[in-house]
Write a protein that binds this ligand. Structure first.
Ligand code: FMN
Length: 356
């Protein structure tokens, strides 16, 4: 059976092991979205991962979700990311995320935009704390096309900054997922209605990124069945097959499935349908990192046909997770959860390694 510590060829990259850092927003950028030296230090500490998928970066000002997240639509953003990539190594993708309705004028200075004017049914983080979400403005057809172009431009900037590629964020209730889901997409144009139409925006973003930087530098993340951020997409076996069919011909670097349950129908259908590289992110307990660091869950997914395994919190709390898993060594727990999303080194770059 495939082993977590075997190398894997991902396009032109040779990954030394099958362990991938899942993208994790950590809100340590400047107010303007520029990643800092601290961000570079955080990723450099975790460079033994087979692949790093760096946190969501927004491709446009209006796509900003939360305070102090990273962005990639100015030269300053690009330069900040260049410093991060230089501190790490070449095995690093960057996730591109537009928040859609998950945003607030107090954060981005703009009214959020979305497929339809359906507000997030829960408060949203802003610089002054959690506030009721505002009703987003419906994107016009021209704005949909401009948003797709923003993703392509950000992808170009990512490659110019030294990333091996980008991951298009189609998961977790942000803009692409809002187009996919029935409850957030009430459009009557070619981007709404049938499952094929709801999948169109995500497919066109992927196609535009591929045209800009190439398929072997482009990944796509999805989270079928995930209801986070008020998403009700209906039966995942309805909208994801047309999406995968629409992007399959590119020969993407990978498809990344978040919260992948190897026993679920959705996972089995995706693994059968997707003949390319599959990164799977297992479902771990919400309150703690398992004592084995997620190894058993990772191995179950490898046995169920995943090629690479993405872990989030285990890597957050363990910069040397690969070594710990290999040695069967104890793992650190995530300390104070609120430190996940606030600035500074505490709970970010101060997790100990086995060496101390
Ligand atoms: C602090 C934190 C930030 C996250 N930020 C992102 C993100 O930017 N993009 C994304 O797709 N998922 C994000 N996620 C979800 C993770 O990528 C992952 O799917 C989730 O944590 C489950 O994996 P785990 O149990 O190994 O942590 C985040 C999770 C955490 C804990």
């Amino acid at each position: 059976m495939t082993n977590l510590f075997e190398p894997f060829a991902l396009g032109p990259l040779t990954l030394p092991n099958r362990l991938v850092i899942a993208p994790m927003t950590r809100n340590r950028a400047t107010e303007g979205g520029v990643p800092t030296e601290l961000v570079a230090e955080y990723y450099a500490q975790r460079a033994s991962a087979g692949l790093i998928i760096a946190e969501a970066a927004t491709p446009s000002a209006v796509g900003q979700t939360y305070p102090n997240i990273t962005a990639l639509h100015t030269d300053a953003h690009q330069e900040g990311w260049r410093r991060v990539v230089r501190a790490v190594h070449g095995r690093m993708f960057l996730q591109l995320q537009h928040g859609g309705r998950v945003g607030h004028p107090d954060t981005s200075g703009r009214t959020p935009v979305a497929p339809s004017p359906v507000p997030l049914p829960e408060p949203v983080h802003t610089p002054t704390g959690r506030q009721a979400a505002v009703t987003p403005r419906e994107l016009t057809g021209d704005e949909v096309r401009a948003t797709i172009a923003d993703f392509a431009r950000a992808a170009r900037r990512a490659v110019d900054a030294g990333f091996a590629g980008v991951e298009v964020h189609g998961a977790n209730g942000y803009l692409l997922h809002q187009f996919l889901a029935e409850n957030t997409n009430h459009r009557t144009d070619s981007y709404g209605g049938s499952p094929e139409n709801r999948a169109r925006f995500a497919a066109e973003v992927v196609a535009a990124v591929v045209a800009e930087i190439g398929a072997d530098r482009t990944g796509l993340r999805i989270s079928p069945g995930n209801t986070v951020n008020g998403i009700a997409e209906g039966d995942p076996l309805v909208v994801y097959p047309p999406l995968l069919d629409a992007v399959a011909h590119h020969g993407l670097a990978y498809l990344h499935v978040a919260f992948a349950d190897p026993g679920s129908q959705a996972y089995k259908e995706i693994r059968t349908r997707w003949t390319g590289t599959l990164i799977a992110n297992p479902v771990l307990p919400v309150d703690r990192v398992p004592d084995d660091g997620g190894r058993a869950a990772a191995e179950r997914l490898l046995a169920a046909g995943a090629d690479l395994i993405a872990l989030g919190r285990p890597f957050l709390a363990n910069p040397d997770l690969v070594e710990r898993l290999r040695a069967g060594a104890p793992v650190n727990q995530v300390r104070e959860r609120y430190l996940m999303y606030v600035g500074g080194p505490t709970g970010y770059t101060d997790y100990p390694t086995l060496a101390g």
